[in-house]
Design a protein around this ligand. Structure first.
Ligand code: ARG
Length: 271
């Protein structure tokens, strides 16, 4: 059973993704339109973060993307662009009516790094723009499952953000193991986070600009649906050995997401 916030079919790429190197940084360019929920969250025409479409009026992103210091949000317009953030002919830029930062979000620890954007007008779903599926409540993704991260973030640790959407397959890591990697750092990995990546290797990870973007896992029965299990959140550097990428654990927040979306009166839940 696939869970969607709206009654639209979710998690289905219209172009089947293809993995050539099977292996953001260390990733590869995505086939156009293979990730129809991926959006770019922008402020004044500048890409700041990724995001994922949940329903016609709702996009999920990282809370830290929206809590920028010294920015007066009252005067801001957030734009959602898809699929190419820097080519206006292929983008649609919609303003955001409201955003909801998770009440437990902690800027210092990055705990509960999740926020919802409500668009001022609904997106039109088509083969290129569509929602991702949500996990079941409290559903945890199993370690060693191979999932996918996508984003327009930097391709090398110190480089500028990428122009083309990149993808990378990443295995989910055991939380305990991940916590031990970060044990000596002030930033702690909590139960509301999941880790994914290649801690024994260098150079394959999400990076600056990928934050807020989706970590999706293919359905286990190979039916071709993708479920949003993570939101790119943080990590020490990018692609450094022993410091895998850390993602918001979406399963923990499914109730909050549904409650926030439904209490806005826009959508009925449907299974
Ligand atoms: N926090 C960064 C951003 O705002 C990137 C997070 C991913 N980092 C990592 N090493 N996986 O875009």
């Amino acid at each position: 059973s696939v869970l969607s916030v709206s009654d639209h079919i979710c998690g289905m790429p219209s172009n089947q993704p293809r993995f050539i190197f099977s292996r953001i940084i260390g990733g590869e360019e995505a086939v156009p339109y293979s990730w129809p929920w991926q959006v770019s969250v922008q402020i004044s025409d500048e890409h700041i973060c990724g995001g994922a479409v949940l329903a016609k009026e709702w996009v999920v992103t990282a809370a830290h993307s929206l809590s920028l210091d010294g920015v007066d949000h009252a005067g801001l317009v957030f734009c959602i662009r898809h699929p190419h953030p820097y080519k206006s002919d292929l983008s649609l830029c919609l303003s955001v009516k409201q955003y909801i930062i998770h009440p437990s979000f902690n800027k210092t620890t990055m705990d509960s790094d999740i926020a919802l954007l409500q668009l001022a007008e609904p997106l039109e779903f088509n083969p290129y723009v569509g929602p991702v599926c949500l996990p079941a409540k409290e559903e945890a993704v199993q370690p060693s499952r191979v999932c996918v991260i996508t984003g327009w973030g930097a391709h090398e640790a110190d480089r500028e953000k990428g122009r083309k959407l990149h993808q990378l397959e990443v295995p989910i890591l055991v939380l305990d193991t991940c916590q031990s990697y970060y044990i000596n750092l002030p930033s702690k990995v909590t139960q509301r986070m999941i880790c994914a990546g290649f801690p024994l290797e260098e150079g394959k990870d999400s990076c600056t600009g990928d934050s807020g973007g989706p970590l999706v896992c293919p359905s286990e029965d190979n039916s071709g649906f993708y479920t949003l299990h993570g939101i790119t959140s943080w990590g020490l550097g990018c692609g450094e050995k022993s410091y895998p990428g850390v993602y918001t654990n979406v399963g923990v927040f499914v109730d909050w997401i549904k409650h926030s979306v439904n209490s806005s009166g826009m959508y009925e839940k449907n299974n």
